[in-house]
Design a protein around this ligand. Structure first.
Ligand code: ACO
Length: 327
């Protein structure tokens, strides 16, 4: 008898406020044409004053629980992948646990940048396969607009806010998560970092002056590593499932840059209709990008029972991950 961890509900939540490329043209020296051709992004959602990461996470969680017809009381664990928590302590997961009233759930954040959701899903997979009745809420949620230097045109056009969630539980049969592959390379951490406001460089005037409270990225280097890592983890995850790439029905990759997605599609020889893309609407929402895309694909009817789905991510750390599932 095969027990697999299945996604039984998805949800997402983005701030109402939309910032278009045209809006950005008024703030910094950029153009809609540059942003669109270099990144594929047309617009992104940005929080307003008083709106926080945990608010978006709760919105996504409620939508996923509703689809799953599962009560917060039934949750055994809440995992939030994020690099932009409301505060260092408590975790976003505890704030979600409180807001949902999920009294029986443990709660923790996972710090794996853009791979946070897939790391969380992998943890949920292990719990659920050893305790099939357990219900785990996995969320990816970010407020990157508050970690972005709005005077740095090389990063501020990319990053944005949002949250996505999935409810995972066990079941008999072939449907569910088939393989999980997690990777990291800490030697390259300086290529993509927020240096300040941790305990190594706490708040003081010199840190703020240097802009260490913001995302710093060596874009070209990150790009090169991202395409290699995404390709290799995609092949690894599909191979670990005993599938071939031709059998994949839908690839959902971290929405970092349309050129990365196109490069990956070509390397994997996948047709365009098998690669989900929504970066034009949301920008790079780090840990939230895959669960937002998964929820959109699900609600658009792009996922049929038994479809072979491949999820891949890459982000700061570096971290990268791949998950396959039979939907
Ligand atoms: N508008 C106009 N011009 C710009 C802008 C802008 N917003 N940003 C940079 N430029 C200019 C640069 O100044 C440079 O000008 P120069 O040639 O006169 O010096 C020129 O455009 C080219 O700059 P590059 O940085 O070389 O541009 P590139 O084509 O590499 O695109 C980008 C930059 C989009 C950041 C790309 O490198 C990229 O997507 N990298 C990967 C990012 C990524 O995948 N991150 C994933 C992880 S995210 C996470 O973990 C949170």
């Amino acid at each position: 008898m095969t027990i697999r961890a299945k996604i039984v509900g998805t949800g997402s939540c983005v701030p109402e406020k939309v910032l278009t490329n045209k809006d950005l043209e008024k703030i910094i020296d950029t153009s809609d044409e540059w942003i669109t051709t270099r990144t594929g992004i047309k617009e992104r959602h940005i929080v307003e004053q008083g709106e926080n990461n945990s608010d978006l996470a709760v919105g996504a969680a409620r939508a996923a629980l509703k689809m799953a017809t599962i009560s917060p009381d039934d949750l055994g664990l809440i995992i939030v992948g994020t690099l932009s928590p409301d505060m260092p302590m408590p975790s976003v997961a505890c704030l979600v646990q409180q807001a949902l009233g999920a009294k029986k759930a443990g709660a923790m954040d996972v710090s794996a940048t853009c791979s946070g959701f897939l790391y969380g899903l992998s943890i949920a997979d292990k719990f659920v396969r050893s305790e099939p009745d357990m219900k785990v809420l996995v969320i990816g949620s970010e407020v990157l607009s508050r970690r972005t230097n709005w005077r740095d045109r090389t990063t501020c056009v990319l990053f944005a806010d949002g949250a996505g969630a999935a409810v995972v539980t066990g079941g008999e049969g072939e449907r569910g998560i088939v393989s999980t592959c997690l990777h990291a390379d800490g030697t390259l951490w300086e290529l993509l970092t927020i240096r300040g406001l941790g305990t190594a460089h706490p708040v003081d005037a010199s840190i703020l002056e240097k802009g260490w409270q913001y995302i710093e990225m060596q874009g070209r280097d990150v790009f090169k590593h991202a395409v290699k890592a995404l390709e290799s983890v995609a092949l690894e995850a599909v191979d670990a499932s005993g599938w071939s790439m031709e059998e994949i029905d839908l690839l959902i990759a971290h929405q970092a840059n349309i050129r990365i997605l196109e490069h990956l599609r070509e390397r994997l020889s996948l047709p365009r209709d098998k690669v989900f893309i929504n970066i034009h609407k949301y920008g790079n929402t780090s840990a939230a990008s895959i669960p937002i895309a998964l929820d959109e694909a699900n609600r658009q009817g792009r996922l049929m029972a038994g479809d072979k789905v491949l999820l891949v991510s890459f982000g700061g750390g570096f971290t990268w991950a791949g998950v396959t599932m039979s939907w």
